[in-house]
Each structure stands twice: as structure tokens, then as C-alpha cells.
Design a protein. Structure first.
Lengths: 327, 99
């Protein structure tokens, strides 16, 4: 007679109960015997919350970004509506921001992808919309091939400095563009347009599995890229998402959108699972045109307005250890 | 819902890794920031501990609203002083009514 373990069972682990599980730990959903209290327990689903991070050295909104929550960077942006915009560049180590070498071309509402040590900046506004692109090698910025269409307020998609999309944005005196350009590490090439032209919106994911959402015109429209075309999928729950924040380090089935809104700013945070948006715990401070950094499980919300902020918030997913009860 | 109003500058995160607003704070009580370093929290023991931890200055709702109004007035004046082109790149700060 077959034993249950042979059919579909699993070995129950034995732990002291003092272990910590930082998401993703690899133990999500696992059951174990806690020798510390004599209970069977399991590592429950993570719950994300925002806490305060280190403040920026220079307040700003509409900056570009690259990297992760513990090795992030923001560059460009604006603080007073004056011209030219900032070329300022700051790097985050998980607790504080440090100034690094400035961009060659100042820019607000610029795009960014990559890491803290290998980043790409593209487009933006500085007295006029521009097509300038630059790469960061860990010590300096170098100008590379320009976008074909000058723009600002576009969304960024991509995880690296050698593979990215510049999506939509403001590319004419009025109105919002649907034009998408792909960066292959040396030049920009136009690919399929998004269905709904827009600006000041969020982007996440890869050039093979990307996602864009929110923005102006005011809506929560979401479009998913499968490697060959953009498809409209479910809207965000909060449609007032002008200037929404998002880190690019997600996919088209795993993304996080936070803040935004006009005229009233929102504190809402939403998570995308490939099918629907789910509301999660709120930001402490509502803001739009904030800069998002990182992934759906470890993100930064940086700066933003109004008023113009230095504040950073850190999104971290933690686990609840739950006790198994029987009857 | 009863709220408590306080004022304290957000110092972010210090070298020891301690945060102005910690993850456990967010799990224990509602807190929301507004212009002028005004913080609106639940009126409960956890929020009281947060206020005490930071030596934040407790305000009445009307006092807190006056601080926010002053900040918004200044931000609106700054926006109105911008050129038309600059204004097109931003949005005029709107009045905020505290909960």
C-alpha cells in the first residue's frame, strides 16, 4: 500500500523559530515544525509596506532613475520651474543619497533604465524637449545615439542600459505621443506604437515583456507588450494617475504603481499580477511626478510634488509567520 | 474616525538604519504626510508612541490646517510667478483639506 508521502506528500522541515525570512526567501509557502514553541508553522504570503528612506540632498520631481532599492540612482529633474533643469545625479545605498557626476544634458521628465553602475538616460525637457541620450559607466556620462523623436514625460521600460524602450511622452507642442523606440545598445529604432498616446506615465519590465500604465490623459489605462505588440489590459483601480511612480525592474506580469494624480495627489499603491491591479498599503506622503526605483518587491518612491520633496519611501515586502491549527 | 495632528520634519533614515516612519508603524496605525511637515495619524496608542518618539508637536486640526494652507498659498504663488511655458510643465498646487 502506497504511503501518502510517496503519492504527493512532502517532508516537513525542522527549525528553531529564530530564522528571518526576507522576501523572496525561497521558503514562501513552506511548512515546518518550530522547535521553539512546539507548533507547526508556515511562511505566509508577504505584505508590502512603505517606510521612510534617506532624504535626497536636493529636492526635485520628474527625475530619471536606474538600479535597485539598495543600489539605486536618480538623475535630472526639476525643483523650481527654472531653466535649465537639473543635471544632478544622486546614488542610494539603502540608507542615504550621495551626489555623483552630473548629466551632460540637464533634463526633467527624462527616462532611465539600467543599474547604479551602468545606466541609460534618454530624452527629457530643458528649455525644449530633446532627444539626447547618455550612458553612465560608474564614473561618468557619455553621450550616445539620440532618440529619433525628441520627447519628455515618456515611460521607461527595460532592466539594463543596453536594452530599453522609450514609450510615448510629449513629442509635439500639444498632445501625447504613442511612438515607441527601442534601444539596442547603439541606436534607437521605432517599433509598434502603444494604443493610447499619453505622457507622465509608468513603465516596467523588459523589452520582451513590458508594461505601461496610468498617465495623462487622466486614466488608469494599462498596456502589455509581449515582444511584438501592445495589448490593452485591465485598468488601474485608481484612474487619476498623472505622474505615477514605478520602478522598471518588473515584468509584464509583475509590476508596482504608486502615487500620481491630478489635481489631487494620491497615496495609493497598486500591484499588477498579469491580469488585474490590486490595491496595497499606501504611501505615507501623496505625490505625483515622483521617481520610482527598483522592483515590485523592493522599490523606492523618491521626491515628487507638490510641494517639491526630498522625501524617499522604501517599499519592502515582509513575511508573516503563521501557526497551523488542527481540529 | 478620530485623527491626531502633529508637526515634525521628516528626517528620513539615519545611519543606524532607523526610519522616521518604520514598517511596523505602517502596520500599526494610519499616518499620512501633508505640506508643512504636518502628519495626520490615527488617534491610538501606537500613534501616540510615534509622536512621543519624535517629540513631534501636537496641533489641533485647525492649527494643522492653517500650516498646510500657508504652504499651499506659497506654492501657488510660486507657480503663478512662472512663465506660461513653465506652467505648462507643471500643475498648480491645489488646496488641501485635512481629514
Amino acid at each position: 500500500m502506497a504511503k501518502y508521502k510517496d503519492i504527493g506528500g512532502t517532508t516537513v522541515g525542522f527549525r528553531s523559530g529564530s530564522e528571518e525570512y526576507t522576501y523572496p526567501s525561497g521558503f514562501e509557502g513552506s511548512i515546518y515544525y518550530n522547535s521553539g514553541n512546539g507548533q507547526f508553522e508556515f511562511v505566509g504570503l508577504g505584505t508590502g509596506t512603505w517606510s521612510s528612506g534617506g532624504n535626497l540632498n536636493t529636492k526635485r520631481y520628474a527625475a530619471g532613475a536606474s538600479g535597485t532599492q539598495t543600489a539605486g540612482a536618480i538623475f535630472g529633474g526639476d525643483a523650481d520651474g527654472g531653466s535649465p533643469r537639473y543635471g544632478l545625479h544622486e546614488q542610494y545605498d539603502g540608507s542615504s543619497w550621495t551626489e555623483a557626476a552630473d548629466l551632460n544634458q540637464e533634463a526633467s521628465y527624462t527616462g532611465g533604465t539600467g543599474t547604479q553602475t551602468a545606466a541609460l538616460k534618454f530624452g527629457g525637457y530643458s528649455n525644449a524637449r530633446h532627444a539626447n541620450a547618455e550612458t553612465w559607466n560608474g564614473s561618468s556620462w557619455t553621450e550616445v545615439g539620440d532618440l529619433n523623436t525628441a520627447r519628455f514625460g515618456h515611460a521607461s521600460v527595460g532592466h539594463t542600459s543596453t536594452s530599453a524602450f522609450a514609450v510615448g511622452g510629449s513629442s509635439a507642442a500639444s498632445g501625447s505621443a504613442a511612438i515607441v523606440e527601442q534601444w539596442d545598445g547603439s541606436s534607437w529604432t521605432e517599433i509598434a506604437d502603444i494604443n493610447s498616446g499619453r505622457a507622465y506615465f509608468g513603465g516596467s519590465g523588459l523589452t520582451t515583456a513590458g508594461l505601461v500604465f496610468g498617465g495623462n490623459p487622466e486614466n488608469g489605462y494599462t498596456e502589455s507588450w509581449n515582444g511584438s505588440s501592445w495589448t490593452e489590459v485591465a485598468d488601474m483601480n485608481t484612474d487619476e494617475r498623472y505622474g505615477v511612480g514605478s520602478g522598471t525592474q518588473g515584468t509584464n506580469t509583475d509590476a508596482l504603481g504608486f502615487g500620481g494624480g491630478y489635481p489631487t495627489v494620491t497615496v495609493n499603491t497598486e500591484s499588477w499580477n498579469g491580469t488585474a491591479w490590486t490595491e496595497l498599503n499606501n504611501l505615507a506622503t501623496g505625490r505625483r511626478n515622483l521617481t520610482g526605483v527598483g522592483s515590485p518587491t523592493a522599490a523606492l518612491a523618491v521626491g515628487g510634488e507638490p510641494p517639491i520633496l526630498t522625501a524617499t519611501e522604501e517599499w519592502t515586502v515582509s513575511h508573516a509567520i503563521k501557526t497551523v491549527t488542527t481540529s | 474616525m478620530a485623527y491626531k495632528y502633529s508637526v515634525k520634519e521628516n528626517w528620513g533614515k539615519n545611519a543606524n538604519g532607523d526610519s522616521f516612519i518604520r514598517h511596523e508603524d505602517r502596520m500599526q496605525f494610519h499616518i499620512e504626510g501633508f505640506p508643512g511637515n504636518v502628519w495626520v495619524t490615527d488617534d491610538n496608542v501606537y500613534a501616540d508612541r510615534w509622536i512621543a518618539r519624535h517629540s513631534a508637536t501636537v496641533k489641533t486640526k485647525s492649527e494643522a490646517q492653517a500650516i498646510v494652507d500657508s504652504e499651499i498659498d506659497d506654492a501657488q504663488a510660486a507657480y503663478d510667478a512662472l512663465s506660461e511655458e513653465e506652467q505648462a510643465l507643471q500643475s498648480r498646487p491645489t488646496d488641501i483639506t485635512l481629514p
